[in-house]
Write a protein that binds this ligand. Structure first.
Ligand SMILES: [Zn+2]
Length: 92
């Protein structure tokens, strides 16, 4: 046993909310469809993706810091309704 796991076996991504790295499996991939952020539950949507922990605290801080705009290099407002419904942000 080498005691080391291959980094390829467990890809890590940075959460755009709390900026902590987690296994990709623990994060929700977010894709951009036009100006709409959509939860990419299967990880199959094309294009640039952002990763966030599927918890309201991380989503809220990502929204507050406009982290998705930066992640997608987008300008203007993004529609994050679908994302909020997926994660379940309590009425903000
Ligand atoms: Zn997070």
């Amino acid at each position: 046993m080498s005691g080391r796991t291959s980094p390829r076996a467990c890809p890590e991504r940075t959460c755009v909310g709390c900026r902590r790295r987690s296994a990709q499996n623990d994060l929700l991939r977010v894709a951009l469809d036009g100006n709409t952020c959509v939860p990419d539950l299967r990880g199959t949507l094309p294009g640039r993706g952002a990763y966030v922990h599927p918890v309201s605290a991380c989503l809220e801080s990502a929204l507050r810091r406009r982290a998705f705009l930066r992640a997608f290099r987008a300008t203007g407002a993004l529609d994050t309704t679908a994302l909020e419904q997926q994660v379940g942000v309590p009425g903000t």
